[in-house]
Unconditional design. Structure first.
Length: 287
């Protein structure tokens, strides 16, 4: 990669049983991203369906789709129509057992590639009987990256961002960009934690970080579920680049500059060479 590339995150609002409104919202955002020159549009976790991890799993099992299902078909069509790759979250059905919380990539030529499967499934929330592990099977403990033209992209599905080893594996796979697909509630997080996680991880691993988040409150289950994530972008040096306020449905555009990545990696390499081993010892000047 030797030139600046444009990427977009497309936030998506509250969902219900019918995925059609989310398909249309996604398609409008993807079309806008393509008009702005983006070569990749990133959608949130489970973008077309409500977040129902706290509910009885059997009542919502029908939301999962096969890889040839309607959501995949819609995303393939919009990708080929606008000549843009689309990375999106989906509850992906298996032949047997629980579905997985997956991220699929629709290439501009119509190919579909599995980009990631959520590895870490968060526990049930406070006063809830069920959690994501009751709805989904975890993915294998591996993180890789996929090529989109000259760009290499690794994908983390929501909760996986909390684990430094996921970011290290993404960087080790050659990723220039880590796309974080986000949905669901995080009521216990202090304000600013989500952004701080992305910032620290981008800087530590010298990668761009782009989060595409759900927004708003869903009530399809009969009780409110808030989407607490944020659509944000950070550079490989940890600098904040851009963010959208909650409820803003416009695509967030990010320019990937290979020279900026190279400088950040050189800085990290220099810091590693200068790092001295430290020993636990009582300092004489404290006496």
């Amino acid at each position: 990669m030797n030139r600046v590339l444009t990427i977009a995150a497309v936030p998506i609002g509250p969902a219900g049983r019918d995925p059609a409104p989310q398909w249309r919202e996604a398609e409008a955002g993807i079309a806008a991203a393509a008009r702005a020159g983006a070569m990749l549009a990133v959608l949130p976790e489970l973008f077309a369906h409500p977040y129902v991890a706290g509910e009885v799993p059997e009542a919502w099992a029908d939301l999962a789709e096969a890889e040839g299902g309607p959501t995949v078909s819609r995303m393939r069509d919009v990708a080929t129509t606008h000549g843009i790759a689309v990375l999106f979250g989906l509850a992906l059905r298996h032949d047997e057992g629980l579905p997985c919380n997956a991220a699929l990539l629709a290439h501009a030529d119509g190919r579909i590639e599995r980009a990631a499967v959520k590895v870490h499934l968060p526990p049930a929330g406070t006063d809830e009987r069920f959690g994501e592990a009751d709805h989904f099977a975890p993915g294998p403990p591996e993180i890789g990256s996929v090529a989109i033209g000259a760009l290499r992209v690794a994908t983390l599905v929501c909760y996986d961002r909390r684990f430094p080893e996921c970011w290290r594996a993404a960087a080790a796979s050659g990723a220039d960009l880590v796309a974080v697909l986000v949905g669901g509630p995080a009521p216990g997080d202090p304000k600013g934690l989500f952004a701080a996680e992305l910032q620290a991880s981008a800087r530590a691993n010298a990668v761009y970080a782009l989060a595409a988040a759900r927004y708003g409150t869903e009530t399809v289950s009969g009780r409110p579920v808030n989407h607490d994530g944020e659509t944000l972008a950070f550079g490989p040096d940890g600098d904040f680049i851009a963010g959208l306020p909650q409820g803003d449905a416009r695509p967030l555009l990010l320019s990937i500059d290979p020279e900026r990545i190279a400088r950040a990696r050189q800085t990290n390499a220099t810091a590693r060479r200068l790092r001295l081993p430290l020993q636990s010892k009582e300092a004489s000047w404290l006496n």
